[in-house]
Design a protein around this ligand. Structure first.
Ligand SMILES: CC(C)(COP(=O)(O)OP(=O)(O)OC[C@H]1O[C@@H](n2cnc3c(N)ncnc32)[C@H](O)[C@@H]1OP(=O)(O)O)[C@@H](O)C(=O)NCCC(=O)NCCSC(=O)C[C@H](O)C(=O)O
Ligand SMILES: [Mg+2]
Length: 288
């Protein structure tokens, strides 16, 4: 299990065209923000949204959250200009929609390589097409690739499926690819943004699958995702006891401890340390 330096429990989409929402986001306790120029922005607003977002990002004020910009596809009339505008700002990450292959990513990475402001800019990929999901392993290892975002709306559309259950295999396949490459992987959105119980259920499922967090579309969803993807007090307390018990066992010359009737070996200690690291990263994020 990777020890992540920052949490990605709640990853909020904000339409780049909505100035009020762009302002409001500065106060919201989301771990990460996706500033969207793609599907949340109407065709006739695309150009204005790009300019507005560039202005707001240059002003700053979003704290230490992860800031990610979703541009339009490079095969659309807006993608190249979105990328050019964002390269002048040098955002932390560019999120590419509907990625189909590692070559899609490599082409954008080469452009970032050539620009002085984007030396540290990561690339994230929307995993939302059947071909992209089949190519998940190569996409996860593409240049600058740092995170997968599941696009369950587009995927459901392309599959013609009616339930989240029908997408479980795709979700797990992308998680496997992300974990094998050591990158972040966040779950898709829950569209019924006023249904708190439904969101909590889907967050719990995503957490149990192993996602780092969930993408969100409304501020009311943030607290639910933050709670679901954070280690509970009981998990933190158990992790501490497991580490202590294992260290005592090692000091006695043994390789296995027992806590609450269950064995604790070095691999369980790795998981316990990851739990504490995650709790520490969350505390750091919330204190900032
Ligand atoms: C869904 C919404 C259109 C609802 O908007 P609205 O009717 O304005 O909601 P509220 O009146 O309840 O809003 C209350 C206040 O919160 C602010 N607000 C709303 N949404 C956001 C947001 N996302 N970020 C920041 N702030 C937000 C409002 O401005 C109100 O503030 P105030 O005026 O101070 O009271 C709307 O929530 C929305 O547009 N959500 C985002 C939709 C979106 O981004 N969609 C694209 C991403 S999903 C996707 O594409 C998935 C993927 O690609 C796939 O294939 O699955
Ligand atoms: Mg999509």
């Amino acid at each position: 299990m990777t020890l992540r330096a920052r949490p990605y429990r709640s990853v909020l989409y904000i339409p780049g065209s909505r100035d009020r929402a762009l302002e409001k986001a500065k106060e919201l306790p989301a771990d990460a923000i996706i500033f969207d120029l793609e599907d949340a922005v109407a065709v006739e607003e695309k150009v204005n949204a790009r300019a507005l977002l560039a202005e707001r990002l240059a002003e700053g004020g979003y704290g230490n959250r992860a800031l990610i910009v979703r541009i339009n596809g490079m095969d659309t009339p807006w993608g190249a200009e979105d990328l050019a505008a964002m390269m002048e700002i040098g955002p932390e990450a560019i999120l590419l929609p509907k990625v189909g292959s590692a070559a899609d990513v490599a082409a954008v990475a080469a452009m970032l390589d050539a620009h002085p402001r984007t030396a540290g800019t990561q690339i994230w990929a929307m995993m939302e097409s059947p071909v992209g999901i089949l190519n998940a392993a190569e996409i996860a290892r593409a240049p600058r690739m740092a995170g997968f975002v599941m696009g369950t709306n587009d995927l459901a559309k392309d599959l013609g499926c009616r339930t989240r259950g029908a997408m479980h295999m795709a979700l797990q396949h992308c998680l496997l690819a992300a974990r094998a490459a050591g990158i972040v992987c966040v779950d898709g959105v829950y569209n019924a943004f006023r249904d708190e119980e439904g969101l909590a259920r889907e967050c719990a499922e995503g957490r149990d699958f192993g996602f780092d967090g969930k993408t969100l579309i409304h501020p009311a969803q943030i607290a639910i995702a933050n709670a679901a993807f954070a280690p509970s007090e009981a998990e933190i307390e158990l992790a501490r006891r497991q580490i202590a018990a294992y260290e005592e066992a090692v000091a006695r010359g043994e390789g296995v401890a027992v806590v609450d009737g269950q064995i604790v070996e070095n691999l369980h200690v790795d998981t316990a340390r990851a739990t504490l690291a995650k709790a520490g990263a969350i505390a750091g994020q919330e204190a900032a």
